[in-house]
Design a protein around this ligand. Structure first.
Ligand SMILES: *[C@@H]1O[C@H](CO)[C@@H](O)[C@H](O)[C@H]1NC(C)=O
Ligand SMILES: *[C@@H]1O[C@H](CO)[C@@H](O)[C@H](O)[C@H]1NC(C)=O
Ligand SMILES: *[C@@H]1O[C@H](CO)[C@@H](O)[C@H](O)[C@H]1NC(C)=O
Ligand SMILES: *[C@@H]1O[C@H](CO)[C@@H](O)[C@H](O)[C@H]1NC(C)=O
Ligand SMILES: *[C@@H]1O[C@H](CO)[C@@H](O)[C@H](O)[C@H]1NC(C)=O
Ligand SMILES: *[C@@H]1O[C@H](CO)[C@@H](O)[C@H](O)[C@H]1NC(C)=O
Ligand SMILES: *[C@@H]1O[C@H](CO)[C@@H](O)[C@H](O)[C@H]1NC(C)=O
Ligand SMILES: *[C@@H]1O[C@H](CO)[C@@H](O)[C@H](O)[C@H]1NC(C)=O
Ligand SMILES: *[C@@H]1O[C@H](CO)[C@@H](O)[C@H](O)[C@H]1NC(C)=O
Ligand SMILES: *[C@@H]1O[C@H](CO)[C@@H](O)[C@H](O)[C@H]1NC(C)=O
Length: 401
């Protein structure tokens, strides 16, 4: 562990837990407990690996995707970013480059390969050795919380300067709280983090459909979204989500699959892709100053009438990505804690949904958006901070289908 962390301690979190840690189980997982929730985390990507909650019938469900053991995360070749923290810069970076103070930085590409660019033409989730490809250090582990840290060296994945980060997860009474802090110690650098959890609120055990297209989704502040090209790189345009259109989840809640009959869904998530991999803006300032934990409530709500499980996402972030698992194709196995005993024990296309609290994607390449203060951090300045609270409940208003 680097000494540089110590001087940051007062700002952040206890460096050493005063409570005894039980350490990882035989599968390398660290368990924490709340009222009504139990979760397991692993050092690889500071990822959530299991999240147990009882459904409307009192049946225990594991509602996040992952692997059965911590050692497999680094072995699996598909690397779906299961439940981790993408960093130091989440989502896509156009042309794998950005400019700070007149200096252009080129970073490794890892998406959309072409004959001319066999590694790709853009950088996804911090590059081929982004944060969620590395084991974090467990600095604290108590009955209801775990804190991970990472020291990302100067020049790693082409990014300028060292960044030190702490990720804390806490379970409460049907709540999972996230706090992420990151500090550049030597140079000005872009930072944008997120949590990349794959949800299926039926625990992949719905005996009528193995898809999430019947999950209801609602983002009351998201009348606008980031316009993208056919490889999902922002064009700079901010688009309106007209009521009733494919990307309208703000005017009223609707099922994720309810616009799949609309021709506009085709190409909505890139070339030849039907579904969602979309960054919506979260516009709350229009109502004046707010406390993200209380005023105005959640920025996103996901519900399944089948299980009755409802997830309300509260966050201080000003954008929100939803990905409807368009890229899954049955090649990822379920954990032994989920699914039905019969049928394929794998994740199908549209079998899960990723919800990502984040800032406006690739704003480092869109200076006209004027978001430098939310994306570029420097030693001595404010730290990068992301906070979110996932609040669970059982809602049986809707009849199960
Ligand atoms: C851990 O937390 C859970 C849920 O709050 C509680 O039921 C349990 O007694 C706690 N265990 C210990 C050892 O404190
Ligand atoms: C770890 O999990 C993977 C995938 O879930 C499984 O294939 C493998 O057999 C497990 N290994 C051990 C040692 O349990
Ligand atoms: C990361 O941790 C896992 C177990 O949690 C271990 O199997 C793996 O070898 C570690 N990887 C590295 C690069 O240290
Ligand atoms: C993309 O990056 C390459 C270097 O990696 C550079 O030569 C090229 O000019 C950049 N293209 C655009 C459109 O910025
Ligand atoms: C958890 O919250 C519920 C409803 O908000 C409340 O009735 C219950 O007493 C709480 N449980 C604990 C242990 O605080
Ligand atoms: C499907 O699951 C529901 C909820 O767990 C259960 O009530 C029902 O009996 C199941 N149906 C079949 C045919 O197994
Ligand atoms: C478009 O997607 C469909 C279904 O995913 C696939 O069968 C087809 O080959 C794709 N077409 C092209 C041109 O990539
Ligand atoms: C499924 O997707 C994975 C990851 O993108 C890919 O490696 C694999 O070839 C695909 N399998 C099929 C049958 O398309
Ligand atoms: C339950 O879901 C319904 C339908 O989406 C919604 O109107 C209601 O507010 C929810 N109830 C709670 C307590 O969140
Ligand atoms: C999913 O919802 C659609 C439309 O609301 C409905 O027609 C369909 O029966 C539902 N699917 C299942 C498996 O219940």
């Amino acid at each position: 562990m680097r000494v540089s962390i110590v001087s940051l301690g007062t700002l952040l979190l206890p460096l050493v837990s005063s409570q005894a840690s039980s350490g990882p189980d035989k599968d390398g997982k660290y368990w924490i407990y709340g009222e009504g929730l139990t979760a397991a985390f692993i050092p690889y990507g500071a990822s959530i690996s299991n999240l147990f909650i009882n459904d409307r019938y009192g049946i225990r469900r594991d509602i996040v995707a992952g692997f059965d053991n911590a050692s497999y995360y680094g072995i699996d070749k598909q690397h779906p970013h299961f439940g981790g923290v993408p960093g130091r810069y989440a989502n896509r970076i156009k042309n794998s480059s950005f400019e700070i103070d007149g200096v252009t930085y080129h970073i490794p590409a890892n998406e959309n390969p072409t004959p001319d660019h066999p590694d790709g033409v853009d950088t996804l989730h911090g590059g081929p050795n982004g944060w969620d490809w590395r084991n974090f250090t467990v600095v604290s582990h108590t009955n209801n919380s775990i804190t991970f840290s990472i020291v990302d060296p100067d020049g790693e994945m082409g990014f300028p300067g060292e960044v030190v980060s702490y990720i804390t997860y806490t379970l409460g009474n049907m709540t999972w709280d996230l706090k992420m802090v990151a500090i550049p110690t030597t140079k000005k650098t872009p930072i944008m983090l997120s949590s990349h959890t794959y949800w299926n609120l039926d625990g992949f055990a719905n005996n009528e459909t193995d898809l999430v297209l019947n999950h209801t989704f609602y983002m009351p502040y998201s009348g606008q979204r980031v316009g993208v090209d056919n490889i999902l790189i922002p064009t700079g345009d901010i688009l309106a989500n007209q009521p009733g259109s494919v990307n309208d989840f703000w005017s009223a809640p609707k099922q994720i699959g309810s616009s799949f009959g609309d021709p506009e869904i085709q190409g909505n998530c890139g070339f030849n892709c039907s579904g969602y991999d979309t960054c919506w803006l979260v516009n709350r300032e229009q109502y004046g100053p707010y406390d993200w934990r209380a005023d105005g409530g959640f920025v996103a709500r996901l519900q399944s009438a089948w299980s009755g499980i409802q997830l309300d996402v509260y966050s201080d972030q000003e954008a929100f990505q939803m990905y409807s698992c368009n890229g899954q194709n049955g090649s990822m196995a379920l954990k032994n804690t989920q699914g039905l005993s019969k049928g394929p024990r794998t994740i199908p296309k549209y079998g899960c949904v990723v919800l990502e609290v984040e800032d406006w994607i690739d704003a480092i390449n869109q200076p006209e958006w004027q978001r430098a203060s939310k994306q570029i951090y420097e030693p001595g300045g404010d730290p990068y901070v992301l906070q979110a609270s996932y609040r669970f409940s059982i809602n049986t208003t809707d009849t199960p289908y």
